[in-house]
Design a binder for this molecule. Structure first.
Ligand SMILES: Cc1cc2nc3c(=O)[nH]c(=O)nc-3n(C[C@H](O)[C@H](O)[C@H](O)COP(=O)(O)O)c2cc1C
Length: 211
């Protein structure tokens, strides 16, 4: 496997405190635009880390669906991650834009968004995705692929006469409000740039970290 022994030179482009906005959420928005312009596949994908009720850490990819005072994503509240977060929990989020030598690590608190926000996002989804939210008991076992396809067909029939598919109660959004955001930029000789924003009473404390 060549990929295990490659030594990529991450270049000389610096990440400097003075180039960054004072609000790390605005900085994330700027990096998302850069990732879109660089045509990165799924630039809004991030790895969401949670702790389940027994204290075990787990992680999976989700898509960022909104950015305001926090990061919004949508999921099944009865899934494994939904069980881990419940009505609110500390989580981590990692964006890896590797071809741009960029990473962002976030720690924060995830809370359910309002019902109206979940409705609004659900209504914007393609009908097939809306049906899937009813048809799939996310994270639960199923015997065969055929059985899963059958659940989708049954759901399709159930809503066949409805112009609008309603949002199931078990599906909705979470907002992650960050307490810490660390921006990483790869540099030559592994002397990378790391700039961390820690939330304090009146804003953010900015700290440069050794690579
Ligand atoms: C690129 C990508 C994007 C994904 N986006 C979402 C998403 O926005 N919401 C979601 O529930 N699952 C999403 N998934 C699936 C999750 O990674 C995961 O398999 C699923 O949510 C079940 O996770 P859980 O059992 O830990 O709850 C995505 C997967 C990939 C690879």
């Amino acid at each position: 496997m060549d990929s295990l022994s490659r030594h990529e030179d991450y270049g000389h482009l610096a990440l400097s405190e003075t180039d960054m906005t004072s609000d790390p959420l605005a900085q994330l928005a700027a990096w998302l635009v850069d990732a879109e312009q660089a045509e990165i596949y799924e630039p809004n994908a991030f790895v969401l880390g949670t702790i389940d009720p027994s204290g075990r850490p787990t992680a999976r990819t989700v898509l960022l669906k909104g950015l305001d005072s926090g990061l919004l994503f949508a999921t099944n509240y009865s899934s494994r991650k939904g069980d881990a977060i419940g009505d609110g929990a500390d989580v981590s989020a990692v964006f890896g834009w590797y071809s741009m030598y960029r990473q962002l690590i976030i720690e924060g608190r995830a809370e359910r968004v309002s019902l109206s926000e979940s409705d609004e996002y659900f209504d914007s989804r393609p009908r097939g995705s809306q049906l899937a939210a009813w048809a799939s008991e996310q994270s639960r076992p199923i015997a065969t692929r055929d059985a899963l396809d059958q659940q989708y067909e049954d759901t399709d029939r159930r809503f066949a006469n409805d112009a609008v598919v309603p949002r199931p109660e078990h599906w909705g959004g979470y907002r992650i409000v960050p307490s810490r955001m660390e921006f990483w930029k790869g540099r030559s000789n592994r002397m990378h740039d790391r700039i961390a924003f820690d939330r304090v009473d009146d804003g953010w404390k900015v700290t440069r970290l050794q690579p």
